[in-house]
Design a protein around this ligand. Structure first.
Ligand SMILES: *[C@@H]1O[C@H](CO)[C@@H](O)[C@H](O)[C@H]1NC(C)=O
Ligand SMILES: *[C@@H]1O[C@H](CO)[C@@H](O)[C@H](O)[C@H]1NC(C)=O
Ligand SMILES: *[C@@H]1O[C@H](CO)[C@@H](O)[C@H](O)[C@H]1NC(C)=O
Ligand SMILES: *[C@@H]1O[C@H](CO)[C@@H](O)[C@H](O)[C@H]1NC(C)=O
Ligand SMILES: *[C@@H]1O[C@H](CO)[C@@H](O)[C@H](O)[C@H]1NC(C)=O
Length: 283
């Protein structure tokens, strides 16, 4: 009876999707976010001289409504460091993920359960993320496993580019490679307008960082939103975002998602029911 009422409620706002949603097991449905890219997405906040200081700010505390898919493809309650069993050859610290999820929930507790799929690996270049590579396949495998248990892949948070800023050739090719990566992921997940929220890298070691930034900021694919890391504080290593900066970034990413939610769906008859589904949760 209860689930019938829930189904009716959920199918209320869109006739086009009611059929699918009425079969939804809402109690186990998660709004899934894939986290990918390199070290700043994985998280190095609080890592100083190769050791994490173990400081977790309140914005990054665990919450029973925030789950993470572990390396064995099982859900567990999420906690920092979010990438501890994914980015295994590095020392992980605070990244943007927990602050992002907490910020979303704080601003709308009706969102339900958030399923985080950490997939970032430090030091990786865009070529290593191309379709068919190990990183690509692992991310897709994780995304599919995450959705299998009753969830919808809602969006991708992407923060990468530093490793492509070291040579002019790579920097020049970045724009094309990035667009192809986004397009391939959407196509292989069969979610052609899956929201992608990327972070534009600020300064860095690479000589060609401005070319990378330009490629990121000028991306014109639909539903690609860019959040700018320029001005965020780095660790003393001068390489990675600090814990406080990661909290700020997480909140900026949450803002971006809420902004996407705020605009009415472009195609209410499109096959992307997953998007409409989360749209309702956010109302
Ligand atoms: C829905 O999923 C939950 C959690 O996996 C499960 O306990 C419950 O029995 C399911 N309900 C239905 C109606 O399938
Ligand atoms: C990290 O290492 C540098 C250089 O060895 C040293 O100056 C600094 O005090 C160290 N910082 C911490 C927090 O251990
Ligand atoms: C990307 O990284 C791989 C592995 O480290 C390396 O072999 C390759 O040359 C790099 N490619 C680019 C374009 O930087
Ligand atoms: C981390 O992010 C900051 C800000 O975008 C950037 O300056 C830095 O180069 C990044 N570091 C790496 C290793 O990606
Ligand atoms: C962007 O994504 C949102 C949320 O999934 C969706 O409602 C909207 O229709 C998409 N917009 C475009 C232009 O694809």
């Amino acid at each position: 009876m209860f689930s019938l009422i829930l189904s009716l409620l959920l199918s209320y706002s869109s006739l086009a999707t009611s059929k699918k949603l009425s079969h939804e097991n809402t109690s186990s449905s998660k709004n899934i976010f894939i986290l990918a890219g390199q070290s700043n997405m994985s998280g190095r906040g609080g890592v100083i001289n190769g050791t994490w200081d173990r400081f977790v700010p309140p914005q990054c505390y665990p919450n029973p409504s925030i789950l993470r898919l572990d390396a064995g493809l099982e859900w567990e309650e999420a906690k920092e460091p979010l990438h501890y069993d994914i980015d295994v050859t590095k020392v992980c610290g605070i990244g943007p993920g927990m602050a992002f999820a907490n910020s979303l929930l704080e601003r709308d507790s009706s969102i339900g359960t958030i399923g985080m799929v950490p997939s970032a690996v430090g030091g990786t270049n865009i070529t290593e993320w191309g379709r068919g590579t190990e990183l690509y396949n692992q991310m897709m495998r994780r995304a599919e496993a995450a959705a299998r248990g009753g969830g919808k892949v809602w969006g991708i948070l992407w923060y990468q580019g530093e490793s492509d800023s070291l040579s002019k050739e790579d920097a020049m090719l970045y724009r094309t490679r990035l667009e192809k990566f986004f397009t391939d992921v959407r196509s292989d997940l069969q979610l052609p307008s899956l929201p992608i929220i990327q972070v534009a890298i600020a300064s860095g070691l690479g000589q060609y960082i401005d070319m990378i930034r330009k490629a990121q900021l000028e991306n014109e694919l639909p539903n690609v939103t860019t959040v700018d890391a320029k001005g965020l504080k780095l660790e003393p290593d001068g390489l990675h975002l600090s814990t406080a900066a990661q909290v700020q970034l997480g909140e900026m990413l949450a803002d971006a998602v809420l902004r996407i939610m705020g605009s009415p769906p472009a195609h209410s008859n499109s096959p992307e029911k997953s998007h409409n589904f989360f749209f309702r949760w956010l109302r």
